[in-house]
Design a protein around this ligand. Structure first.
Ligand SMILES: NC(=O)c1ccc[n+]([C@@H]2O[C@H](COP(=O)([O-])OP(=O)(O)OC[C@H]3O[C@@H](n4cnc5c(N)ncnc54)[C@H](OP(=O)(O)O)[C@@H]3O)[C@@H](O)[C@H]2O)c1
Length: 370
């Protein structure tokens, strides 16, 4: 898309990927941006806006802000559709333990409100829907960059809602200049292992470090598709600016480049062992458990453990079923569009991420405007 001359609207403009993509546009184009933020009232909007203004100081003349909530009836009513050349939908509830009602209302129905708004943007050249490789749910084997069905079910309502938003886009708004980005798991901002946003991945490592996860759900050989946020933002930024529409991209590496679960656990223990604090606790690597045994343990933890542990386990448990599924994610469209991407170096990324997590004891890095 020739975004240089038109305005790009980014929903979830203060979220992890929304704000990273805003930074890419500000640094590498002359485009104006509208950052659309979730805010319950004027004070929350002002606070979010101020944080972004600090982060993007120097670009004030190209930035404007709008507030809303995907739960509102018409969340984009205040926006002028004329002049919008690109839209990136990065707003979503991203917790794996989100309940069905919220997932449906925000991630499916909220996305449809934006699709509808987009149909009224006369100059729209590109609409990017941020999705996840787990929109493929529990499907094993080869997963192409093509529409998905829901035949294998899902691990959680987050996955289901991301699948459902893709399906709604393709079925009811197929004429939009859409592109779908199915992103794999971001574990760090960059190859130095800086972590601004934590998720189930980091919570699992935390449980392992403190010896609170003696059994690991999953099969040791399950491939993990791990990425840095930098890789993802660069890829989506480049793909948004290509002329071709109606393409699905898997923003991830190939299966042979992915890291087996066993290797991640080995790398984590190797890094953890460099800390005396960890060595003194003589913590053993977890045993691999079947899903039933893990669910029993998670259930016990919820009933009998303190808030910190049960919250961490609650964020891991809704994802556990994926650790038994061997997905062979294809990234043909991604590689054809980007050419050769940098070598994944996933072992180093995983090791550096573990090292930074231990150093910070899981305190997120510089959590200002996310
Ligand atoms: N990061 C990853 O590893 C990853 C991997 C695969 C796919 N993705 C996809 O990428 C997209 C962006 O993810 P992210 O990591 O940037 O997530 P994030 O940091 O959690 O950002 C999500 C954004 O959505 C906003 N939001 C939540 N509920 C909303 C509502 N009701 N109305 C309006 N806005 C709402 C959040 O605002 P508040 O914070 O104020 O609620 C936040 O700005 C999502 O679609 C996600 O599924 C991310």
């Amino acid at each position: 898309m020739n975004a240089e001359s038109k305005t790009v609207l980014i929903t979830g403009g203060d979220g992890y990927l929304g704000s990273s993509l805003a930074a890419s546009y500000l640094e590498s184009t002359d485009a104006s941006l509208i950052l659309w933020l979730r805010a319950g009232g004027a004070e929350e909007f002002e606070n979010k806006k101020s944080a972004l203004q600090r982060r993007f100081a120097g670009h004030a003349s190209r930035l404007s802000y709008a507030a809303g909530d995907l739960l509102d009836d018409e969340p984009f009513r205040a926006l002028d559709p004329r002049g919008i050349g690109g839209i990136i939908h990065a707003a979503a509830v991203t917790r794996f333990n989100v309940d069905e009602t919220t997932a449906r209302a925000v991630n499916l129905e909220g996305a449809c409100k934006l699709f509808r708004f987009a149909t009224g943007c006369p100059s729209l050249e590109a609409f990017g829907l941020l999705s996840t490789v787990y929109a493929s749910g529990l499907a094993p084997g080869a997963i192409a960059e093509a529409p998905l069905d829901d035949g294998h079910g899902f691990s959680n309502f987050y996955e289901w809602s991301k699948w459902a938003s893709e399906a709604a886009l393709l079925k009811h708004f197929g004429d939009l200049p859409w592109r779908i980005f199915r992103v794999a798991t971001i574990i760090a901002d960059d190859e130095r292992g800086t972590v601004r946003q934590q998720n189930a991945f980091h919570n699992t490592l935390k449980l392992l470090y403190y010896g609170l996860l003696s059994v690991m759900p999953g099969l040791p050989e399950t491939p993990l598709y791990l990425l840095s946020g930098e890789f993802v933002s660069r890829a989506i930024f480049a793909l948004m600016r290509r002329p071709s529409n109606r393409v699905i991209y898997h923003v991830c590496h190939k299966r042979e480049e992915a890291l087996p679960l066993r290797d991640l656990v080995d790398i984590a223990f190797e890094v953890f062992s460099q800390s005396e604090d960890f060595r003194l606790r003589r913590i053993l690597k977890p045993l691999y458990a079947d899903l039933g045994s893990f669910e029993l343990l998670a259930d016990g933890v919820e009933k009998f453990s303190g808030a910190v542990v049960s919250q961490a386990v609650a964020s891991v448990a809704p994802f556990a079923r994926q650790l038994f599924i061997d997905k062979d994610l294809k990234n043909t469209n991604l590689t054809a569009a980007l050419g050769r991407y940098p070598d994944p170096e996933l072992r180093r990324l995983a090791a550096e991420t573990c090292r930074r997590l231990v150093e910070s004891r899981w305190k997120p890095h510089g959590h200002d405007a996310r």
